[in-house]
Design a protein around this ligand. Structure first.
Ligand code: DGL
Length: 265
């Protein structure tokens, strides 16, 4: 009997969620993926919860009109502010993500963890709840890194500018004795190599992308497809298509994708 995997819709404020798309593709290589990066509205990290919810609802409607059957909010800021409204509105699986505070609290030996995340995420009630529930007794130091988002949107993933931005963010956390660093925004894993070079020796760097991919796989009755057709990976932006096409070989090397502009309100 032929098995057909549901098409998976993935959204983010920009290209950051592609760090989640690559994990999903690695785990479920046969799945058709439809990604929308809201680069015209990036960053979400400085936007109000109302604006974030409005954008996420508009993108979800668009993805549903393109036939997706599962939505992955590949954005911590959008999950923290919009996952509740989305789950209450749409009768399909909605997978969200939050900064990896729980695994970080389990890993720390110094009792100090550094959470790099957007301003919007750090201000969210859901984030406070996460910290209270899973990191009691741990010193959780938060640090917004808006420059990381700017760098990744420009495709600057290494070099002096990236090193300077990362070291500026990491230094105070390292000084405070943090030994686990949470990449709490989906743009940040694209700077992981630079982050790993800047954190103190023996520290851990954690992100939620692989766990999100596992969660998506757990929603499927199978992760293989008997048709042998190559998966269709469609990546859309609300911003500049030329810029997206320039970024993709850097962000998703070796992954073939069709690209276009998402015409959203
Ligand atoms: N990638 C997003 C996140 O995971 C948001 C980055 C931004 O737009 O500020 O939070």
């Amino acid at each position: 009997m032929e098995t057909r995997l549901p098409k998976i819709g993935i959204l983010d404020s920009g290209v950051g969620g592609l760090s989640v798309l690559r994990e999903i593709h690695a785990l479920i290589p046969c799945a058709d993926l439809h990604y929308v990066g809201d680069s015209a509205w990036c960053p979400y990290g400085t936007k109000s919860p109302e604006v974030i919810i409005e954008r996420v609802v508009a993108i979800t409607d668009y993805l549903l009109s393109r036939g997706v059957e599962i939505i992955v909010i590949a954005c911590n800021s959008a999950t923290i502010h919009a996952v509740g409204s989305l789950r209450a509105t749409y009768p399909i699986p909605i997978v969200g993500m939050e900064p990896a505070v729980k695994p970080a609290a389990a890993l720390t030996r110094s009792g100090v963890i550094g959470v790099l995340a957007t301003e919007a995420s750090i201000a969210g009630e859901k984030f406070h709840h996460l910290v209270n529930q899973h990191a009691s007794g741990v010193n959780v130091i938060t640090r917004p890194c808006p420059r990381f988002v700017e760098l990744v949107e420009k495709g600057i993933l290494s070099g002096p500018e990236a090193i300077e931005a990362v070291s500026e963010a990491i230094a105070p956390l390292a000084e405070a004795n943090a030994d686990v660093f949470v990449l709490g925004c989906t743009h940040y894993p694209f700077l992981r190599t630079v982050v790993e070079a800047e954190v103190p020796a023996g520290s851990h760097v954690v992100d939620t992308g692989p766990a999100v991919a596992k969660r998506v796989a757990s929603l499927l009755s199978t992760t293989s497809d008997s048709s042998n057709n190559p998966p269709e990976i469609h990546i859309e932006t609300t911003g500049n298509l030329e810029q997206l096409n320039l970024l993709l070989p850097k962000l998703l090397p070796g992954i073939e994708a069709r690209t276009s502009v998402a015409k959203l309100p």
